[in-house]
Design a protein around this ligand. Structure first.
Ligand SMILES: Cc1cc2nc3c(=O)[nH]c(=O)nc-3n(C[C@H](O)[C@H](O)[C@H](O)COP(=O)(O)OP(=O)(O)OC[C@H]3O[C@@H](n4cnc5c(N)ncnc54)[C@H](O)[C@@H]3O)c2cc1C
Ligand SMILES: NC(=O)c1ccc[n+]([C@@H]2O[C@H](COP(=O)([O-])OP(=O)(O)OC[C@H]3O[C@@H](n4cnc5c(N)ncnc54)[C@H](O)[C@@H]3O)[C@@H](O)[C@H]2O)c1
Length: 463
């Protein structure tokens, strides 16, 4: 029976372990903090649970426009934070039980490659939290150690005033005046959620607009909603220093501006967890940013050593991490395997409204990389959106110029994460705009706008 050692128990590691166990391998998974990894315990799951509370608050505010008002709306930060932590721990417990039930040996502790590889036998040192270090042999090793918030030299989180996104749930109260540094997905999501909770938010954006890696029209739409709701956005700004001062914080920007607040939240990206993993000794290659290099079936340059998830720096999403982990095991255990396909991976930014994307992007089309036609339909024309009081947002659809094959899409809407699926399905199954347009949608529905966009692209075909 092949012996598999998996280092890290986030989506990459635990999904890989479940696949390997199903294929009757002898699987050991070593995880330092808890099953589910940072995804479940400190990043994705806690932030989405927190956002569920902020969305509830937004719905109450929005209800006034629909003639329904609730008096004295309050947010109990302690209850919100306790719920966030409780749900994360529950999910971690569920994952741990599932792993153990499927026959995986689950060890709480740290592990590293010890450098000596004999043929395909890799040596891994395991340091359990409750015991002495020991060494095991593995036919296959999967590195799934994830990533950690990047810390700027002069803006170190202290857990009280200057915070990383992993520390916000320990606050007893919501911040009064929050400076969010970094306007990538993490920064935008937290800025949106705190704004909805009634916090005075200033967002420091290093670029001209927020969410610089997203569809520009979508990012601009989100930014204008942020501004309308009272967020202060400081564009083209880099924070050089952020520190506690008195009973607040000061952020010093590169252009000399000084921002003050009660708290600062640092969302300036992540660095891969490779320190102390024994990569150099084992000869595993990392790229210039320190991420482990892999091919599309998750192999590193060292035979028998695979890597998956955020430690590889490939589209840092839980869904992608899980698929990379599964692919690694299918490949290592001789199953038929399709290399990782990123063009059908849908991603969602959980701001209000949400921003979901899949497939070809506007940048791909504008640069000529992907020949495509597109249509953008504002949601203000959608009957369901009107009834619900939503005016912000749009759907955008890309298709091949001649064949009309659907190649990409963008949705900015409440619950865009649910609305993107038809576009993903169309791309995955090589459907044309005509096929999408001929699908009967519910009336009235937001998805009606997707079919309408497809219909408009059909018309273009014949112009
Ligand atoms: C704030 C935030 C929100 C996010 N929201 C979403 C979202 O909504 N949807 C989405 O798809 N993605 C989201 N992501 C991204 C998602 O969390 C990551 O892509 C995902 O966690 C990657 O999974 P992973 O298995 O690679 O690593 P992780 O989840 O980071 O797990 C790796 C684990 O390995 C452990 N480890 C590290 N070194 C060792 C060692 N030497 N020995 C033993 N254990 C070790 C770590 O303790 C960690 O628990 C979000 C990220 C952030 C920061
Ligand atoms: N909903 C989701 O699926 C979700 C949520 C959060 C994160 N993620 C994943 O995590 C990845 C990382 O996202 P992220 O937002 O944490 O990091 P990021 O690297 O994408 O964004 C960090 C931003 O901070 C800016 N920045 C860096 N230093 C700065 C400084 N000194 N002052 C001001 N700005 C500064 C950068 O220019 C960048 O725009 C994403 O690619 C995404 O895949 C996903």
């Amino acid at each position: 029976m092949p012996s598999i050692v998996i280092i890290g128990g986030g989506p990459a590691g635990y999904e890989a372990a479940l696949v390997a166990a199903q294929l009757d391998a002898d699987v050991t998974l070593i995880e330092e903090t808890g099953a589910g990894g940072a995804c479940v315990l400190s990043d994705c799951v806690p932030s989405k649970t927190f956002i569920a509370s902020s969305t509830a608050r937004t719905s109450i505010d929005r209800a006034e426009r629909l003639g329904v008002s609730a008096k004295d709306v309050t947010v109990d930060a302690q209850l919100v934070h306790d719920r966030v932590k409780m749900l994360a721990l529950q999910q971690s417990g569920d994952i741990c039980n599932k792993l153990v039930k499927s026959g995986v040996e689950y060890i709480t502790g740290r592990a590293r490659l010890t450098g000596v590889t004999e043929g395909f036998n890799h040596k891994v040192e395991i340091l359990p939290v409750d015991g002495e270090a020991y060494e095991v042999d593995a036919t296959v090793v999967l590195l799934a150690t994830g990533a950690t918030p990047r810390v700027l030299r002069d803006a170190r989180p202290d857990g009280e005033r200057v915070l990383s996104w992993r520390q916000v749930y320990d606050l007893e109260e919501l911040p009064e005046k929050l400076i969010v540094v970094g306007s990538g997905v993490t920064g935008a999501e937290f800025a949106s959620a705190y704004l909805a909770m009634g916090v005075d938010v200033t967002l420091v954006s290093s670029r001209e607009h927020v969410l610089p890696h997203e569809d520009t029209d979508a990012a601009m739409a989100i930014e204008s909603v942020f501004r309308e709701r009272g967020m202060t956005i400081v564009p083209n700004a880099r924070a050089l220093k952020v520190c506690a001062e008195g009973d607040g914080v000061v952020a010093e920007l590169a252009d000399g501006q000084r921002l003050t607040g009660t708290h600062a939240l640092m969302t300036v990206g992540s660095v891969p967890n490779t320190a102390g993993l024994g990569l150099a000794a084992a000869g595993v290659t990392c790229n210039d940013w320190g991420f482990v290099e892999t091919d599309r079936v998750s192999r590193t340059n060292v035979p028998g050593v695979y890597a998956a998830g955020d430690v590889t720096g490939v589209q840092m999403l839980a869904s992608v991490a899980a698929m990379q982990g599964r692919i690694a095991m299918w490949h290592a255990l001789g199953e038929t395997v399709k290399p990782l396909q990123l063009q059908t991976v849908a991603a969602n930014v959980f701001t209000d409204p949400e921003l979901a994307t899949v497939g070809a992007t506007q940048a791909d089309v504008d640069s000529g990389k992907v020949p495509a036609r597109s249509v953008t339909l504002p949601l203000e024309g959608n009957p369901r959106a009107k009834m619900s009081g939503f005016a912000d947002g749009f759907v955008k659809l890309f298709c091949r110029p001649a064949s009309g094959l659907v190649v990409g899409g963008v949705v900015v809407a409440p619950k865009a994460s649910e609305l993107i699926l038809p576009i993903s399905l169309a791309i995955q199954n090589h459907l044309t705009v005509e096929e999408l347009a001929r699908t009967v949608t519910i009336y009235p529905s937001m998805s009606g706008s997707l079919a309408e966009a497809a219909r408009q692209l059909m018309q273009h075909e014949f112009e």
